[in-house]
Design a protein around this ligand. Structure first.
Ligand code: C5J
Length: 226
């Protein structure tokens, strides 16, 4: 641990948390993934499985806000003309609703539509970074790396959905860009519990090859007083 880091009890060993230089990342907690009638449900998933992550994310948002530390919210969504949605993404599989189709929460995964918004319980506040991303990873075609660099961010704490798709992709992208990454175990969820378990195991394998994971309680316990 450096003098300016705090040890968080984590897997596979203590995570060197950097107060003030660590952004909390909340991936895609959007109505289209969490609520009935959206993209997640159109793929045949039980969306209630994702609700388990909301409480831990809300607690971490409160802790970050109390300290004035950087917060990033992402939204997976596309332009209304679908010019940033490759046909390979839109046409793959057999969902009951495709990206851009009209659904109960507006056009599916389209920026500005009700379904693409973040659920009210975790709504972004003024001054927080909100990134609309056309891909699964949060760095692809977003400029986020430059934004984080400008703010002196070196560490990222990941939450959100789904663990094995957009969270894992974003965490791997971040690891390749040199960020020290922690995934919050109870702050992320998947439609498939076995995929969540496998993701946690994969990222921390081989001496934290992608990063660490820890429960939110361990992280909150280690934070310096607000
Ligand atoms: C998916 C996501 N699963 N946010 N998106 O398509 O993980």
């Amino acid at each position: 641990m450096n003098a300016d880091t705090v040890a968080v009890a984590a897997t596979p060993f203590a995570y060197p948390f950097a107060p003030g230089r660590t952004a909390l990342v909340v991936i895609d907690m959007q109505r289209d993934f969490i609520e009935p009638g959206g993209f997640g449900a159109s793929l045949g998933n039980d969306v209630t499985r994702l609700h388990g992550a909301i409480g831990a994310i809300a607690a971490l948002l409160a802790a970050w806000r109390a300290r004035g530390w950087p917060i990033v919210h992402t939204r997976e969504c596309h332009r209304g003309d679908l010019s940033d949605c490759p046909p390979a993404k839109r046409l793959r599989g057999g969902p009951s609703l495709r990206i851009g189709d009209p659904g109960p929460m507006g056009r599916v995964l389209i920026a500005g539509e009700p379904g693409a918004s973040i659920i009210p319980a975790l709504a972004p506040q003024g001054g927080e970074i909100v990134v609309d991303k056309p891909g699964k990873g949060m760095f692809y075609a977003t400029g986020l790396h430059e934004t984080l660099q400008a703010r002196g961010v070196t560490h990222l704490v990941f939450t959100g959905v789904t663990t094995e798709v957009c969270v894992q992709t974003s965490m791997r992208e971040a690891n390749d860009r040199g960020y020290e990454c922690l995934l919050v175990e109870d702050g992320t969820e998947s439609y498939f519990p076995e995929f969540k378990a496998a993701t946690l195991a994969m990222i921390a394998a081989q001496g934290a090859i992608v990063g660490w994971h820890a429960p939110s309680a361990a992280l909150l316990e280690a934070l310096v007083p607000a």
